[in-house]
Design a protein around this ligand. Structure first.
Ligand code: PMP
Length: 336
């Protein structure tokens, strides 16, 4: 078995004071720079935690195959961690996800299977296809198959509860001498939100936890006591959900914020121009939610959020004037 390889490069990310969002609200808004992980996203942490848990349980053997259904980032994390540990990877993705993520997965050696985007209740949904492919390949793979199962596999949120959450607490305490007043985070699997919340609530029960949700997701309604229904759509990738995944279940929320693509993109473009940070759409949702919470709490509060991945991963969409204009979304002034 190879050594830990790239493992120490995952996590321990900087906490960045976001100048523009802080100045606009009078609060101190910080972003955890998860785009700095080796695979370029917060999902490297989940991939590492899932692989380590499977190795410890003996469900992943040397030379084995990792199979996962993903919007792309978890696949990238699993493929890189897999390469470092001697596993191959087969990634099932909805074909609607950015070409950049698909190309990068192929570049790093993953087998990529694209499927039409279908709701979870449809057997053709990428998660169900991935599970069936894992079962099928298990019949012929000499060293076995691990279905990573990021939505239900609690190694995902445990990874955040033991790394990302304590890192945030230590970083904020080092700067301000106390815990953050609030934390905002969007959900794909819920691993990031639920894991970090568990760590924050355990050490700092006064920290308020807010779900950030795009349009087209049912979770805002779920969190505010309504039915599991959604309104509208979003071009953001990796977040928004039509169900409550196992990794989100039981999360202790203090509130929820719904953010439009226009708000999120405005934040993404402003952050690039004025803070020098190029982030993806889910980070835009997270920061916009932090700004809304800041305005509700009033000036002087400290709010932390997650910069889930980088904007270059979505160059063909978020930074493509034709794509944006066709959807009536704002275009960055310098690209117009
Ligand atoms: N942002 C991006 C870009 C993602 O790919 C994901 C994961 N699908 C998330 C946010 C959400 O993370 P989690 O799965 O931990 O809820």
């Amino acid at each position: 078995m190879p050594g830990p390889g790239l493992f120490p490069a995952i996590g321990q990310t900087p906490l960045i004071y976001l100048n523009g969002p802080s100045a606009a609200t009078g609060c101190a808004i910080y972003g955890k720079a998860e785009f700095m992980n080796p695979g370029g996203s917060v999902k490297d942490r989940a991939a590492l935690a899932i692989v380590q848990a499977a190795e410890a349980a003996g469900t992943l053997r040397p030379g084995g195959l990792i199979v996962e259904g993903t919007a792309g980032n978890t696949g990238i994390g699993l493929a890189l961690v897999g390469n470092a540990r001697g596993y191959r990877s087969l990634i099932v993705m909805p074909e609607t996800q950015s070409q950049e993520k698909i190309d990068f997965l192929r570049l790093i050696g993953a087998e990529v299977m694209l499927v039409p985007a279908k709701p979870f209740k449809d057997p053709g949904n990428y998660v169900h296809v991935a599970r069936r492919v894992a079962d099928e390949r298990a019949k012929t793979e000499p060293n076995g198959v691990l279905f990573a199962d990021q939505f239900e596999n609690l190694a995902n949120r445990n990874g955040h509860a033991t790394t990302t959450g304590p890192e945030i607490l230590a970083q904020v305490q080092a700067i301000t001498g106390k815990a953050p007043d609030a934390f905002t985070c969007a959900v794909g699997t819920g691993g990031t939100l639920a894991g970090i919340s568990a760590a924050l609530k355990a050490s700092a029960p006064t920290t308020k936890i807010f779900l950030a949700d795009p349009h087209g997701s049912v979770l805002y309604n779920w969190a505010t006591g309504g039915e599991l229904v959604s309104e509208g759509t979003s071009i953001t990738e990796g977040i928004g959900q039509g169900r409550v995944p196992g990794n989100l279940a039981g999360v202790a929320l203090d509130g929820a914020v719904r953010i439009s693509d226009t708000e999120a993109l405005t934040v993404v473009f402003d952050l690039l121009k004025h803070d020098g940070l190029c982030v993806g759409g889910s980070a835009g949702i997270n920061i916009a939610a932090a700004m809304q919470v800041a305005r509700t709490l009033g000036p002087g509060h400290t709010i932390v959020t997650i910069l889930c991945d980088g904007g270059a991963r979505y160059q063909s969409k978020l930074f493509n004037p034709e794509f944006l204009r066709a959807r009536n979304l704002p275009v960055p002034s310098w690209l117009a």
